[in-house]
Design a protein around this ligand. Structure first.
Ligand code: CDP
Length: 219
C-alpha cells in the first residue's frame, strides 16, 4: 500500500505520518528531510554540479525514518540534527526549486516505495512522486497555527527563534514552495483536503487511519 501526504510546513505531516507508520506497520519516508540533507550537503561541500554529486550520495534512513545519514565514497555523516537548524530551513527552498535536484531525489524516493508498504510525506508526493498512491491527503492549517506548532517544538532550546521569526520563515517558505515552476506545492485534484486547524494531531491520525482501514478492507 502506498500512502502519500503533502502539505506546507507545520501542517502536522511528520508527526501524523510517524504515528500512522507505527500503528499500521508502514515504512515512513520524510522527503523533506532529503531536501534538507541535500541543502546541508551543498553548504558543507559545494554547490558545483550538486545534482550530479547527489546521484552518488546514499540517503540512509534508520529507526523507521527518524534518523538520516548521508554516505558517499566510504564516508558517512549522520545529519539528523544538522538538517533542522534555521540556516537549513532558510536555504532549503532554493535547493528544492532546482529541477535537476528534484529529478535525482524523486527517483530515489520512488525506489524506496517499490515493493514496500510506505507512508511518504512532502510537497509533491501526491502530484509527482506517487500520483497513483492508494491514499492521497493534503494537510493544511492556517500559517499562525502552523507557526505556533513549530515554535512549540523549539521550547526550552537555547537557540530557539522567536514566534515572529518562525511565522515569517513559514510564510516565506510557503510562498517559495507554492510559486516555484517545478513541482510546486499544490493539492492534487484527487487528494483529500484535511484542514488541521483546531484539530489535535491524534484526531488527524485517526481520520487518516480510518481511510487506511477502509482501503485495507477493500472498500
Ligand atoms: O518539516 P517542514 O514542514 O518544515 O518542511 P520539510 O518537510 O522538512 O521540507 C523542507 C523543504 O523541502 C520544503 O520547504 C520544500 O522547499 C522542500 N520539499 C520539497 O520541495 N519537496 C518535498 N517533497 C519535500 C520537501
Amino acid at each position: 500500500m502506498q500512502i502519500a501526504i503533502d502539505g506546507p510546513a507545520g501542517s502536522g505531516k511528520s508527526t501524523v505520518c510517524k504515528m500512522l507508520a507505527n500503528r499500521y506497520g508502514l515504512t515512513y519516508l520524510d522527503t523533506g528531510a532529503m531536501y534538507r540533507a541535500a541543502t546541508w550537503f551543498s553548504l558543507k561541500f559545494t554547490d558545483e554540479d550538486l545534482p550530479r554529486r547527489l546521484e552518488a550520495v546514499d540517503f540512509i534512513f534508520s529507526e523507521n525514518g527518524r534518523r538520516l545519514a548521508l554516505s558517499k565514497d566510504g564516508e558517512t555523516w549522520d545529519v539528523t540534527a544538522a538538517i533542522r537548524t534555521p540556516a537549513i530551513s532558510g536555504a532549503v527552498s532554493r535547493v528544492a526549486a532546482n529541477p535537476r535536484v528534484r529529478a535525482v531525489l524523486t527517483e530515489k524516493q520512488r525506489k524506496y516505495a517499490e515493493g514496500n508498504d510506505v507512508i511518504m510525506e512532502g510537497r509533491d508526493i501526491t502530484t509527482v512522486v506517487l500520483p497513483g498512491a492508494d491514499i492521497k491527503v493534503f494537510l493544511t492549517a492556517t500559517a499562525e497555527e502552523r507557526a505556533k506548532r513549530r515554535f512549540a517544538e523549539w521550547e526550552g532550546k537555547p537557540e530557539a527563534p522567536s514566534y515572529e521569526e518562525v511565522l515569517e520563515s513559514i510564510k516565506r517558505r510557503d510562498e517559495a514552495d507554492s510559486s516555484r515552476p517545478c513541482s510546486p506545492l499544490k493539492r492534487a485534484d484527487d487528494a483529500a483536503l484535511l484542514d488541521t486547524t483546531g484539530l489535535t494531531l491524534e484526531q488527524v491520525a485517526e481520520h487518516i487511519g480510518r481511510m487506511i482501514e477502509a482501503e485495507r478492507g477493500g472498500n
